[in-house]
Each structure stands twice: as C-alpha cells, then as structure tokens.
Design a protein around this ligand. Structure first.
Ligand code: RRO
Length: 316
C-alpha cells in the first residue's frame, strides 16, 4: 500500500516519525543510528541550542497509561557538537532512505537564525523551530514560551529569513523547509493571531501541532511531586493530550493557507490515533511518549496498525 506523503516537496515513505526531544546524539540507545534502523520515515534530532546544556536534574520524566510529564530542560551538547556531527547524522539518515529533521531552540531571535543556518549547513532536510519549550527555568523564573507572543514569533521568523538574503538583498531561502512547532493554545483568538504571523513568512512550510501542555503537575502516592524541577511543573503529553492536539490541528487547518501543511503530535499510541490526526488535517505525525516508553519498535507496530485500518477503509 502506498502510504507516501509529500511534505514541502519531499516524499516521505509514510507519515510517521519521532518528535523532538527524543534523539539528540549520533550514538546510543535513542541515537540517530538507532532511529535510522527503525521504521520511522524521518528522524528528528533536537531540540538543539547554541550552548551545550545539561538539562534539568532530578526526576524529569514520568509516564502512566493516561499521560506523561517531562521537564527535561533542553539537554543537548550544543552547536559545536552539531556543527561537527550533523553531516554524519545526515548521511546516516539519508543512507537509510529517510529525511533528517533538526529542531532548534533559541534564547533570542538571532539564535534561531544561527541554529537554522547550522542545521541547513549540516544537511538537515527540514528545520523545526521550537517556539514552545515549556521547561526552561532560571531559579523560580520560567522562560517565556515564544509562540504565545505573536510579536516575538514575527521577530524570530524575520530574523531567520534575514539569514537567507543574498548580497543584492534578495531572498534566497526558497529551498529552506522550515517548520514551526506550537504549544496548545487555550485562547482561540491568540491562536488566530499566531497563525496569521506564521502565514506571512515565506520560509515556513509547515506547522507542528502540538508541543506538550505547559505546567501540568502530578503527585505520587506519598504526596511528593512526580517531577523535581520547576517545583514539579512539567509538560504534559501522552493520550490525555490527544483531544487537545486534534482540536489544535483542526483549528490550524482552518486558519492557515493551504500551502502550509500540518504535522500532528500529541498522544499518538495507536494506528487509530494516526488515522485521527490525518482526518483532522495533518499530513504527517510525530511521537514522543510512545517512543520513550516503547522504544524504536513502536514505529513498525503503529505502522502495521495504520496499514490494517487503511486496508479496511479501502475495502469498504
Ligand atoms: O527539553 C524539554 O524539557 C522539552 C522541550 Br525543549 C519541549 O519543547 N517540550 C517538552 O515537553 N520538553
């Protein structure tokens, strides 16, 4: 069965891949090499930052069958590591017939621009701007989540576009495949504003909806927060996030021009979840919690379920 997907002109074998936050290194259990051997149609690396980051400490991940919580805090070895290793990462992924996505997270608009340039230079086929990281804390201060500030989103997109201007001042970034990743918006009016800003950018080809729901909280049986950093506040994902994710995809499909595609994420643990996200308006899907909990075999397992459902559908 042909499951191929045209994402911004690139033909993915099928719509299923890992989400950002699950693969940062070349080697290791959840490294690029492992993902290149999996059945995912593309490999997402990142989010990466300019400076290396250890990430948050203590309990940073929890999951149960209903939801997951994380406060990883953007751990990654920083731009120098990726400058050195992205070409090999790209070759590994390309040799496996897959595409390389790199998620970048800046602490200023200029950092998004620099990181995008590094990702493209290293061979990334797609660059995902993470405008929605909920878990960066400086003491009790939580870093602003960029996507909730449309003016900041515009600044970041302008800054990244500015990186792709030729000597004569003309735009030379037509071939850059930029994706922006958003948080779930509880205010439909604000989502409309953010969508309008994104639609104005020539660089953006797709939107990933959604990142985790910020600042969720859970106690363990003894009354202790399940997550240590941020006083226990953490990004919520897993099955509980699916109806919210579907709602965001549906709204974005109505708000965005047709040329902007949508990648769905949030609570995908079965083939039916993939069908539902595609029905809501996504062209591809990403997984975090299911991959974290079940490992790389999750891609072949979900694909099998997805194909079975498609076959039943076409038999009707
Ligand atoms: O690293 C994290 O804690 C993290 C990131 Br950057 C993100 O975008 N979303 C998330 O749930 N966790």
């Amino acid at each position: 069965m042909d499951l191929s997907v045209n994402l911004a002109g690139m033909i993915l074998e099928h719509p299923v891949m890992n989400a950002a936050g699950t693969c940062k290194m070349l080697d290791g259990l959840e490294g690029i090499k492992e993902l290149a051997r999996s059945s995912a149609s593309a490999v997402m690396v990142g989010s990466i930052t300019l400076n290396s980051r250890e990430g948050n400490s203590g309990e940073v991940y929890y999951s149960n069958p209903l939801f997951s919580l994380n406060s990883l805090g953007l751990p990654n070895p920083g731009a120098d590591y990726y400058k050195k290793h992205l070409p090999e990462m790209a070759a590994t992924v390309h040799d496996a017939g897959k595409f390389l996505f790199v998620s970048v997270a800046g602490f200023a608009p200029s950092e998004y621009a620099i990181l995008t340039r590094i990702a493209v230079g290293g061979g990334a086929d797609f660059v995902e701007l993470n405008l929605s990281c909920p878990n960066v804390w400086e003491g009790r201060e939580q870093k602003q989540i960029a996507c909730f500030n449309p003016k900041l989103v515009a600044k970041i997109l302008n800054c990244v576009s500015g990186e792709f201007v030729g000597e004569d001042g003309e735009f030379v970034g037509e071939d850059i495949r930029l994706i922006v990743k958003l948080s779930p918006f509880s205010d439909p009016g604000l989502l409309k504003e953010a969508a309008a800003v994104i639609a104005e950018s020539k660089l953006v080809k797709a939107v990933t909806a959604i990142n985790t729901f910020p600042n969720a909280f859970s106690f363990d049986k003894t009354g202790k927060p399940r997550i240590t950093p941020g006083g226990g506040l953490a990004g919520l994902a897993g099955p509980a996030l699916k109806p919210i994710g579907l709602g965001q995809v549906k709204q974005l499909r109505d708000l965005l021009p047709e040329r902007l595609q949508i990648i769905g994420a949030g609570g995908i643990i079965s083939g039916q979840d993939i069908v539902d996200y595609l029905r809501a308006g996504a062209v591809a899907v990403q997984m975090t919690t299911a991959f974290m909990d079940r490992g790389p075999k999750v891609f072949s397992e979900l694909l099998r379920e997805f194909v079975e459902l498609k076959e039943k559908e076409s038999a009707i």
